[in-house]
Design a protein around this ligand. Structure first.
Ligand code: PMP
Length: 358
């Protein structure tokens, strides 16, 4: 098989051994003669996959008993609407605006006509950093986006809040330990660090489930999923199976704390290279907010011609996914959990080679 270095922002690289195991079981699941995709979500075989996956997530993330783990669909984008729909209680929903994805969440609050407030934003600075935050103690919820996929910014720690903290961790789930004393709800589309697209993971504090009002439709209620083991209707069974394999892979890597250390090494390799490039490469994000997941950068002062040339040069060398997001252009190397240190080293070598040529 051709070796490709995949730096895509999501859906993105999955661990090779996960894909291989899935391939083996795709047609004949553990010698049963059926595919894992062909069985009832209510049967014994899938039930054990489901239960094991929940247990693995709880283990990996050290999730306390007063939280539920839910599997939903509709992507992280549906969560933007569900958070205010389920948790707004007539007070104020407070948001931090750190880019496109938090803006989209804020828009969903506006659509629902709830009282909401942006308490901090780095919009006028091109979202190059995580702003200082002060949430009100009595807000109905306090909302943040832990990693900003487009700009390459990431919280170094979560704010301490009295109001329930809601975290969109779509692009950095399973990449560090979570302090569950600080978080009340964490959600993520699976397609970056957790599996294929089509599955959304929600970890929610049980007491929030009591806030949901009677007029919220069944499939849009967190309590429906909590009361029905996420199987009020047919869940995305194949995605859950893939997540199961990814969780086992995470444990094999030594868990999220070990993964964090490796990720830090990977990211620093690139950021250090930029710092030592005499201004040829420039990280987009400010130093104190740089992401370990998405390394966003420019060549010189946004030299678009050279940036395009680099994308082409990388592709000629079997490296894909380096083009920046259309909102800000430039370049982006997404180095999620499954991207190995040696793959990032190969990218660093290519970046050095490209710089020497220009
Ligand atoms: N939040 C963040 C931080 C994201 O990166 C993305 C997608 N890249 C989304 C939300 C939207 O996710 P989805 O496509 O699953 O709705």
């Amino acid at each position: 098989m051709k070796k490709v270095y995949n730096f895509s922002a999501g859906p993105s690289k999955l661990p090779e051994e996960v894909l291989k195991e899935a391939k083996e079981n795709l047609v004949d699941y553990q010698g049963n003669g059926f595919s894992v995709m062909e069985i009832s979500h209510r049967g014994a075989v899938f039930d054990s996959i489901y239960k094991e996956t929940i247990a693995l997530i709880r283990q990996i993330y050290e999730i306390p008993d007063n939280f539920e783990v839910l599997f939903m669909q509709g992507g992280a984008s549906l969560q933007f609407a569900l958070v205010p729909l389920n948790l707004y209680c007539g007070g104020v929903g407070e948001y931090v605006d750190t880019g496109v994805w938090s803006s989209k969440a804020i828009k969903e609050a506006a659509i629902q006509g709830i009282n909401h407030k942006v308490v901090a934003s780095s919009a006028e600075f091109g979202y190059r950093f995580i702003p200082d935050i002060n949430f009100s103690d009595d807000a109905d919820f306090a909302y943040i986006t832990s990693n900003n996929t487009i700009y390459g910014t990431e919280y170094k720690s979560f704010p301490s809040t009295k109001a329930p903290l809601i975290v969109d961790a779509s692009s950095d789930i399973f990449s560090y330990k979570i302090d569950w004393n600080k978080v009340s709800l964490l959600f993520a589309g699976a397609q970056k660090n957790a599996g294929p697209s089509g599955l959304t993971i929600v970890v929610i504090k049980k007491d929030l489930l009591n806030l949901v009002k009677p007029n919220v439709p069944t499939m849009l209620r967190y309590d429906t999923y909590a009361q029905n083991e996420s199987m009020f209707n047919t869940p995305p069974t194949f995605g859950i199976y893939m997540l199961n394999l990814v969780c086992k892979w995470i444990l094999k890597q030594g868990g999220v704390e070990n993964i964090r250390l490796i990720n830090e090494k990977k990211a620093n390799l690139l950021y250090d290279l930029f710092e030592n490039s005499d201004g040829f490469y420039r990280a987009y994000a400010q130093e104190n907010s740089r992401s370990n997941m998405n390394v966003v950068f420019n060549i010189k002062d946004k030299d678009e011609k050279l940036e395009k040339e680099l994308v082409k040069f990388a592709e000629e060398n079997d490296m894909i996914g380096l083009k920046g997001h259309r909102h800000i252009g430039g370049l982006r190397a997404s180095i999620y959990n499954a991207v190995t240190l040696s793959e990032v080293e190969a990218l660093a070598n290519l970046l050095q080679e490209f710089r020497m040529k220009h």
